[in-house]
Design a protein around this ligand. Structure first.
Ligand code: FES
Ligand code: FES
Length: 181
């Protein structure tokens, strides 16, 4: 039996420890050891993006990251995107704009879109298309996904303005970022 390695990490804000073999991918650990099955296995070779998670804030294909590389890192999976019991605006906009059919690609797109909108509150259509280009969808034809991300950017900006209006003496936040988690 292969030797297992102890890994301590943070996933969706919670301290997590697990044992994994040196050869196991982070995707395998998330799905099979930690029961976080939201990240999907499409290709298992870095081509589809269905397994995208944030590793220290950067989007990565978790099928190409080893579980042991999670040591000491901060990981966000699709399970950590919602705010308390409410869908994140990106999730809500994907639903409202019918940006999914089978849903296999959806977790990866939402995590990737969050990374983009955390960095850039008002991306152009070209920027969105460029940033999402590594993720594949075999169902929707992409236009609905792009529209949903544009819609989410507008909604996040509106949320930020409402928060600023409700808290005029609060510390300044960049437009559209006030409520991002
Ligand atoms: S399953 Fe990881 S990129 Fe396709
Ligand atoms: S919704 Fe089916 S692959 Fe994208």
């Amino acid at each position: 039996m292969a030797k297992k390695i102890h890994v301590a990490t943070t996933i969706n804000g919670e301290r997590v420890e697990f044992l994994c073999e040196a050869r196991q991918s982070l995707l395998e650990v998330l799905r099979d050891t930690l029961d976080l099955t939201g990240s999907k296995e499409g290709c298992n070779n870095g081509n589809c993006g269905a397994c995208t998670v944030l590793l220290d804030g950067q989007p990565v294909d978790s099928c190409l990251v080893l579980g042991v590389e999670a040591e000491g890192a901060e990981i966000t999976t699709i399970e950590g995107i919602a705010r308390d019991s409410h869908l994140h605006p990106i999730q809500q906009c994907f639903l409202e704009d019918a940006a999914l059919q089978c849903g296999i690609c959806t977790p990866g797109f939402i995590v990737l879109a969050k990374a983009l909108l955390d960095r850039e509150g008002n991306p152009s259509e070209q920027e969105i298309r460029f940033q999402l280009a590594g993720n594949l969808c075999r169902c929707t034809g992409y236009d609905k996904i792009i529209r949903a991300v544009q819609h989410a950017a507008q909604r996040l900006a509106a949320d930020g303005e409402q928060t600023a209006a409700a808290n005029p003496n609060g510390s300044p936040t960049r437009r559209g970022q006030a409520q991002r988690t």
